[in-house]
Design a protein around this ligand. Structure first.
Ligand code: FAD
Length: 254
């Protein structure tokens, strides 16, 4: 029997990016409301047991469906099953969303410059935020930095271009900076985020400085990246966001 905290949803689309990355959409229960940046707890039924994992929502709070972006971990209890999803399959989603990687957490400094720094599937909550009109109304500059190992892992390129075009008339300007660490790819940087921050290269390419009085910086994905990047930001004077105040907010995926 399924725990009453969960609602059944049906898979309505699947998109494969690479051997280890795919996205899928499910029907959205009417009662499931979330803020861009939050995550859902998704369950898959295996031999009568629900295996549950956290997944950031990629789609916007206004979409009729819910979209997720997933890694495939070889032998991972959840993803080794999830990768065999078929259209029409049932997944279970916990009734309430979770998480504090949302723009509402910032009170001081007031919104001006938004830096969204992701590795791998950690780009998911940022795609959701970028589809929320409020993000574009509140900020002057938005910098999306998306770091992966190989060019093939750079998912959502068309979506990012589409979002940029869709919100072109908004006051905020989006600068997208891809990073590919294990290949040299034209148009992408190829060092790790902490190095790019320490050397000033990221600011040079973004044409914007990190500033304790202006910057909101969100980090999401690989915990080692989050830790090292956080330290490099603190070394140039930024502070952790606590009780609404400060620059840096983080979410670790494992
Ligand atoms: P697990 O036993 O959970 O993980 C095994 C190992 O796989 C981990 O120790 C780690 O080394 C690696 N790993 C786990 N997740 C990832 C990942 N995302 N990318 C690279 N390596 C990973 N995963 C997503 O794919 N998309 C999301 O949007 C997402 N959102 C999350 C939000 C939160 C708040 C948290 C805490 C986790 C999120 N995760 C996300 C991770 C996800 O919950 C699972 O860990 C992942 O689905 C793997 O599950 P598993 O049972 O197959 O392997």
């Amino acid at each position: 029997m399924i725990d009453e905290k969960f609602l059944a949803t049906q898979v309505i689309s699947i998109h494969t990016w690479s051997d280890t990355l795919f996205s899928f959409t499910v029907t959205r229960p009417d009662s499931f409301r979330f803020t861009a940046g939050q995550f859902a707890r998704i369950g898959i039924l295996v031999d009568g047991e629900l295996i549950v994992r956290a997944y950031s929502v990629v789609s916007s709070p206004y979409d009729e469906y819910l979209e997720f972006f997933s890694i495939v971990v070889p032998d991972g209890a959840f993803t080794s099953r999830l990768q065999h999803l078929q259209l029409g399959d049932t997944l279970y989603i916990e009734k309430v969303p979770y998480g504090f990687l949302t723009l509402a957490r910032y009170q001081q400094p007031a919104p001006q410059d938004l830096w969204l720094l992701a590795t791998g599937t950690g780009v998911a909550p940022f795609i959701s935020m970028l589809q929320d009109f409020k993000t574009w109304e509140d900020y002057q500059h938005i910098i999306l930095v998306y770091s992966v190992r190989t060019a093939q892992e750079l998912a959502y390129q068309d979506k990012i271009a589409e979002i940029k075009a869709l919100f072109a008339d908004e006051p905020a300007k989006l600068t997208f900076i891809p990073i590919v660490t294990r290949e040299v790819v034209q148009g992408a940087l190829n060092q790790r985020l902490p190095q790019l921050i320490a050397s000033g290269e990221l600011e040079r390419v973004a044409e914007l400085k990190f500033d304790v009085t202006r910057s909101h910086v969100m980090l999401c994905g690989n915990p080692q990246m989050v830790e090292d990047t956080k330290e490099s930001l603190k070394a140039i004077g930024l502070t952790m966001n606590r009780r609404g105040e400060g620059n840096i907010a983080v979410e670790n995926y494992w």
